[in-house]
Design a protein around this ligand. Structure first.
Ligand code: G6P
Length: 610
């Protein structure tokens, strides 16, 4: 994954790079480094661990520079170490390169370079690029063309930035499969993996597309394809503000983002509900409605939490649109030669819009002629741009690695898509209006749940020492069980499994004893009585039970150890409410265990490797 940032201009770039890297740490945080070029010397500073460690080192050295690049790493090739940290350099230590992605043919490139006498010090794929560019520089190419020639030999993915002591007035960047954005300032320019690293300085950005390369000076930028074709890029205005990417007084981004949910789900539906017609209005799908309505099948493809949102989406779409819908892990979809036709609609869900497997699945479905829709949070992200049409979830920047507000906003968007299709099928005006009313009431209902934060924190105390958890739900609440379990394992490192409640008797029931906490999502819907029976089965085996129940439930409390009550809403919207206590439960357990909830070990927010 990795985050990259760079600056050229008149200011001292060191604090800009450090600040930018901190904002990009969600992309990886096992080591970090800076490459700086001054009029009189050039230097690389690298450290194992988080950006804060690098910052201390940089302070000790007290260096200044007006040209620099920085990198925060998520290890793919080679363990997290100073040697494997970026920037990577040529032998003379005059060329510095940072990379996000994977060079797939690095071994064959490396062999060729070794024959020429190049020596390698790291275990990374990236180091090959530094030497390959050096090779083309020695053939008297400019940095721009040396990078271009090198990239023409590369297979794999990259977002790279390169600086060179022989051409101190520029940064060269290129993109294929990993995001790269140029920030346009006044007599200064920036580059980064995404806009969060730039918005403190500029709101004007240029998104590079795959196969594009740019040379950036303090006052200009020029772009070409790596095949040397001229291209003209549009400058975009970013809407995200600095408040959106700070903790706003909360101890962690994750808590801020959980607490943001009344606002974020409001934003995801704002201006999109037409009560009089009981329908939704989705500008991003305009012109594609007929094709969607006439789809033979809808396929939803995603990873992680977004995949869980897709499962809820499947239930909604099948129940209300009558169109057969299936959900597929993007990583499986892309490699098993799925049967896709031009009569299919494939919906790709991704908070970041950059997940490598989801992006590759999208390209595969596009090749096969399906209509491809993107449901993304990050505006201008690769999946959003690559899709034929789509809907932004407008949750605002999500920085905590564990996804929270993006999940609920994704569910809102699935409700909107369902409404749009279903009203043209069999959903009546009255049913459409009922759903809209319930959607409009969600904000208040979420606030009611968030007010129970302290109660949930107290409940969390009782479970901090547990080693395993089971999460059970049925119907719409089955994907919530999966998501609740994922939240817990991601940030608290407690093993947790989500299961359809009825499946418990086919295996997980063997695990139940008085040490096994079982979280039931047992709100009132058509599965309620069955879930109550499942609760009894766990109780009979002395399992510890925490149940998420409906506000007015007077049965379950007597059977279980703890309850958290949530308001009732339309059954298809219930997951938007029932997941919130589970987010808070995972958060408090992880905090009580003293863990870094915003940056859990081994994870990254944006998974740009397959
Ligand atoms: C990573 C993140 C998850 C996220 C998943 C898919 O694993 O840690 O929180 O759900 O990627 O990400 P996407 O950006 O495609 O939704």
């Amino acid at each position: 994954m990795c985050g990259i940032v760079g600056y050229i201009g008149a200011k001292n770039c060191v604090p800009i790079l450090i600040e930018g890297l901190k904002r990009l740490e969600y992309r990886g945080y096992d080591s970090a480094g800076l490459g700086l070029i001054n009029s009189d010397h050039c230097e690389v500073i690298k450290n194992k661990g988080k950006v804060a460690e690098l910052e201390k080192l940089v302070h000790q050295k007290n260096i200044q520079s007006s040209l620099g690049i920085g990198h925060t790493r998520w290890a793919t090739h080679g363990e997290p170490s100073v040697i494997n940290a970026h920037p990577h350099v040529n032998k003379e230590k005059t060329l510095f390169l940072i990379h996000n992605g994977i060079i797939e043919n690095y071994l064959s490139l490396k062999k060729g370079l070794e024959v020429e006498g190049y020596q390698f010090v790291s275990e990374t794929d990236t180091e090959v690029l530094a030497h390959l560019i050096d090779h083309y520089l020695k053939l008297k190419n400019s940095l721009f063309h040396a990078v271009r020639y090198a990239l023409n030999e590369v297979e794999g993915t990259y977002g790279i930035a390169v600086i060179y002591n022989g051409e101190k007035d520029k940064i060269v960047v290129a993109k294929k499969g990993s995001p790269l954005v140029i920030g346009i300032g006044e007599n200064e320019n920036y580059i980064a993996s995404d806009v969060t690293a730039l918005i403190a300085y500029t709101k004007q950005v240029v998104y590079l597309e795959d196969g594009e390369i740019a040379e950036i000076t303090a006052n200009s930028f020029k772009t070409k394809t790596i095949l040397d074709e001229d291209i003209i890029k549009e400058i975009n205005q970013v809407e995200v503000g600095i408040d959106d990417i700070t903790k706003g007084g909360y101890p962690h981004f994750m808590l801020k983002e959980i607490m943001d949910q009344p606002g974020s789900i409001f934003n995801s539906m704002r201006g999109r509900l037409v009560f009089d017609e009981g329908i939704s209005k989705l500008g991003g799908l305009q012109g594609f409605e007929e094709r969607i309505l006439n789809s033979r099948r809808i396929i939803i493809s995603a990873c992680g939490t977004s995949w869980h949102a897709g499962l809820v989406g499947e239930y909604m779409l099948e129940q209300y649109t009558g169109i057969p819908t299936e959900v597929d892990y993007a990583s499986e979809f892309r490699y098993r030669n799925p049967i896709i036709t031009k009569d299919d609609t494939v919906i790709f869900i991704s908070q970041s819009g950059e997940t490598a497997d989801t992006l590759a699945a999208l390209k595969e479905a596009k090749k096969k002629g399906a209509l491809c829709l993107g449901v993304c949070n990050v505006v201008g992200s690769s999946i959003a741009r690559e899709s034929h049409a789509g809907v932004y979830i407008h949750a605002g920047p999500e920085i905590g690695v564990a996804s929270t507000k993006a999940f609920t906003a994704q569910l809102v968007v699935f409700s909107l898509i369902t409404l749009l299709i279903a009203r043209s099928k069999s959903l009546s005006l009255q049913q459409g209006q009922e759903i809209i009313c319930e959607m409009q009431n969600l904000t208040k209902k979420i606030e009611t749940i968030l007010k129970q934060n302290e109660i949930i924190e107290k409940i969390a105390e009782q479970y901090v020492d547990s080693k395993n958890f089971l999460y059970l739900g049925r119907g719409y609440n089955f994907p919530v069980a999966l998501e609740g379990a994922l939240k817990l394992k991601e940030i608290s490192y407690i093993h947790a499994e989500g299961y359809p409640a009825a499946e418990m008797k086919h295996g997980p029931i063997a695990l139940i004893d008085d040490n096994m906490p079982v979280v039931f999502i047992a709100t009132k819907d058509y599965t309620y009585d069955k879930v109550v029976s499942n609760i009894q089965e766990v109780r009979a085996r002395k399992g510890r039970i925490l149940a998420i129940i409906s506000e007015d439930d007077d049965q379950i409390e007597k059977m279980v150890d703890h309850v958290i009550r949530v308001p009732q809403t339309h059954s298809m919207l219930m997951p938007i409410l029932t997941v919130i206590p589970l987010q808070l439960l995972a958060y408090h357990i992880a905090v009580k265990k003293g863990l870094n909830v915003d940056q859990p070990r081994n994870l990254a927010k944006s998974v740009t490797v397959e």
